[in-house]
Design a protein around this ligand. Structure first.
Ligand SMILES: Nc1ncnc2c1ncn2[C@@H]1O[C@H](COP(=O)(O)OP(=O)(O)OP(=O)(O)O)[C@@H](O)[C@H]1O
Ligand SMILES: [Mg+2]
Length: 280
């Protein structure tokens, strides 16, 4: 096991990870993409109350790139759904930009979702009857605005994720990786400032995973904030920061050093190139 995976999976931090106190001592306060304070989410079932999040707090400056990790059932998807305004917290504060999400009604939440947030679901959630381009346009249907300019943008996004020659294909005619790319292009059609991705490469081979992470790198370089749930240390090392949940609580909040990120990116690219050379 590598030093980095020990650091990210175990209780102690790897040498390449700096601990979070450094965040609070930033000189110029950065603009926040989101901040959450004592966020709780529970479900009351017949025989028990499930406490999925037990009071989680952190701040996400604009342009951050966070990997959320933690064991199955630790609350990762619950947290992502709250950040994406797909669900409401039981208590606590959730700010998106300057908006206090708790004070907004359902229509206002829907508007924020459709205008500011791009969501990449693990199960892709593509509509089987629609083509690649039409699937990418789906978030616009809710805003009732699809004209030539929107179609042009959908095609550009399809090209950007490497699907230029698949524009009219249906999801069943695509590989898993291609479907995931449609889902990623769809998440960008509203030009969101905030991209939330739940295990975006969970079902993909290493070559496609590398391509998708390269797309995320580009988005992040453009200043978009990314929060990605992942189970894999190698993916987490591509992010700028790792947040680990345990039993619905924050167990680790650590910065990934720039050196570590670059080394991980280079090592993964090299592994992919070697694989491609072997398999032709
Ligand atoms: N709608 C729901 N009703 C009741 N309990 C729920 C609901 N959704 C999630 N839970 C519970 O909340 C806890 C956290 O679930 P969550 O889906 O956030 O976990 P996760 O960290 O994403 O796990 P995984 O890695 O398996 O995807 C789990 O115990 C789960 O059973
Ligand atoms: Mg999950």
């Amino acid at each position: 096991m590598s030093a980095s995976s020990v650091g990210l999976t175990g209780e102690s931090l790897a040498p390449s990870l700096e601990t979070s106190p450094q965040r609070s001592s930033q000189k110029t306060p950065a603009k926040m993409a989101t901040s959450i304070r004592d966020l709780k989410k529970e479900w009351v079932l017949k025989s028990e109350t499930v406490r999925a999040l037990r009071g989680v707090s952190f701040e996400v400056p604009e342009g951050d790139y966070i990997a959320i990790m933690g064991p199955s059932g630790s609350g990762k998807s619950t947290l992502l759904n709250l950040l994406g305004c797909l669900d409401k917290p039981t208590s606590g504060t959730l700010m998106l930009g300057d908006d206090d999400i708790g004070s907004l009604n359902d229509d206002q939440l829907a508007e924020i979702r459709s205008q500011r947030i791009g969501f990449v679901f693990q199960a892709y959630n593509l509509i089987q009857q629609l083509s690649v381009v039409e699937n990418i346009e789906v978030p616009l249907y809710y805003q009732g605005k699809i004209g030539p300019a929107e179609r042009k943008r959908a095609i550009e996004l399809a090209e950007r994720v490497g699907l230029a020659d698949r524009l009219d294909h249906r999801p069943t005619q695509l590989s898993g990786g291609q479907q995931q790319r449609v889902a990623i292009a769809r998440s960008l059609i509203n030009d969101p400032f905030f991209i939330l991705a739940d295990e975006p490469t969970g079902n993909l081979d290493s070559v496609t995973t590398d391509e998708i992470l390269a797309i995320f790198d580009q988005f992040n370089d453009e200043g978009r904030t990314i929060i990605m749930v992942t189970h894999e240390d190698e993916l987490a090392d591509r992010a700028k920061r790792v947040i680990r949940l345990k039993d619905g609580m924050l167990a680790l909040d650590a910065t990934v050093s720039e050196e570590k990120r670059t080394a991980t990116r280079i090592a993964q690219r090299k592994a992919v190139e070697e694989l491609l050379a072997r398999t032709g």
